[in-house]
Ligand binder design. Structure first.
Ligand code: SAM
Length: 411
């Protein structure tokens, strides 16, 4: 069934919102507020619907031509039809709106968004899936199939030079192929599989390391088991399975922001929860009396120990924040939390309220769970000081932010 509708608002998730004739909300990807469009319903629920954009009858004044041939087929980019300035504005207002609606904060103290150093070719990592013919591709907009690709404008240039030279036989269990660019110009290729049989491989003259990652753990097939990434001139060892920020320049911008805005003083105890391979810890440790970090992924913990080897006053707990934190008896002055999209686990949030750091920096990649957690932290005696969005993911709907809160209740 095809409908003609008017779109009013850009929502978190990259879709524009309109109303069907029966009053139900309909979400339309690749459309913009102010547009009149024809949509075909692809999801028809009692409370809402989702539409496929068939035709733009009246484009919004801000609509621009996308750079990529795969835009609207590939599920990776959502905003190529918006200028970069408009993307930044949209992300700021979506973050503000989530804090207002979910956390009930009137007029959140928004700081200007920090734009990406480059709106294109900024990713140090790219993750492919294989289509049924074994061609490298990305998940399609339907989230189910794979679109084979000829071009992508998000990876850093050396990755774009390399990936078209890679050839794979479709192999049962081979789920994802990740490429991570190393500060030394080499590339770490990670083959993620659900089965333990490693593929036969020939990398010939290519400057790559290859790691096969299966449920039985990592196997190095060529070169080294890790990449080395550099943030603000400091090298970080990042193993095949470990998390690292995908936009290196913006990782540096977030570190600088934390160093400039946190009230760092000699001798303080600092908590770094969800610390990964130690990005924030490495820069905060020289300013701390004691630093306590928590991370659940074993490979990230190994990298953390390697990356922060020079410090004697740093402790790392391997485990889930929701399990480790309630058992800690410390009095931190500052805590940094950088959870995955799901946000803070309830026991971790409750433990934070008990440990009650004077200042809490919440680094978030999901405005909705950030807002949910802010609501709980605010009702637990914290006040919101500033919200700074960082555009780590241009051309996509994703919004990173650093939120600073202070304890306003007696300990
Ligand atoms: C968004 S990343 C942040 C890492 C680091 N702060 C950085 O900027 O590189 C989240 C990290 O939390 C870890 N993690 C996920 N769930 C966790 C949990 N329940 N407890 C502790 N760490 C967790 C992940 O392995 C990942 O390294």
């Amino acid at each position: 069934m095809i409908y003609e509708i008017e779109l009013t608002t850009l929502t978190y998730g990259g879709e524009a919102l309109g109303r069907l004739p029966d009053g139900r909300a309909v979400f339309v990807p690749f459309a913009l507020p102010g547009e009149r469009v024809r949509v075909e319903l692809v999801e028809d629920k009692r409370g809402y619907a989702r539409g496929r954009l068939v035709e733009v009858l009246r484009p919004a004044p801000g609509r621009i031509a996308p750079r990529c041939a795969h835009f609207t087929a590939c599920g990776g980019c959502h905003y190529q039809h918006l200028s970069y300035a408009d993307q930044l504005e949209a992300k700021t207002s979506i973050l503000k709106d989530q804090l207002e609606r979910i956390a009930g904060i009137t007029n959140p103290p928004m700081r200007p968004i920090v734009p990406s150093a480059s709106p294109w070719y900024y990713r140090n990592t790219v993750q492919f899936h294989l289509d049924p013919q074994g061609k490298l591709g990305f998940q399609a907009v339907d989230g189910k199939t794979v679109v084979a690709i000829r071009e992508c404008h998000l990876p850093e240039e050396p990755l774009n030079e390399l990936w078209p030279q890679l050839d794979f036989e479709p192999l049962p269990g081979l789920e994802r192929i990740a490429l991570r660019l190393d500060a030394r110009g080499e590339v770490l290729v990670t083959l993620e599989s659900t089965t333990p049989e490693a593929p036969a491989l020939s990398v010939e003259e290519l400057p790559v390391s290859v790691v096969f990652l299966s449920p039985e753990g990592p196997t190095v097939l060529a070169g080294e088991a890790f990449a080395v990434l550099e943030v603000l001139r400091r090298p970080f060892r990042v193993s095949a399975g470990s998390f690292f920020q995908v936009n290196t320049a913006m990782a540096g911008a977030m570190v600088t922001h934390l160093l400039e805005t946190l009230p760092l003083k000699d001798g303080q105890t600092i908590l770094d929860l969800y610390c990964g391979v130690g990005l924030f810890s490495a820069f905060l440790a020289p300013r701390a009396g004691r630093l306590i970090a928590v991370e659940s992924a074993p490979s990230a913990c190994e990298d953390f120990i390697f990356n922060l080897d020079e410090f004697d006053h740093v402790e790392l707990y391997q485990g889930e924040a929701g399990v480790v934190l309630p058992s800690l008896e410390v009095q931190p002055q500052i805590a940094i939390v950088d959870p995955p999209r799901a946000g803070l686990e309830r026991p971790a949030l409750d433990a934070l309220l008990r440990l009650r750091p004077d200042v809490l920096a919440y680094v978030s990649c999901d405005p909705a769970t950030l807002a949910r957690d802010c609501k709980r932290l605010l009702s637990g005696g914290y006040a919101l000081q500033q919200v700074t969005p960082f555009d780590l993911f241009p051309q996509t709907y994703h919004v990173e932010s650093v939120v600073l809160m202070t304890n306003v209740k007696n300990k």
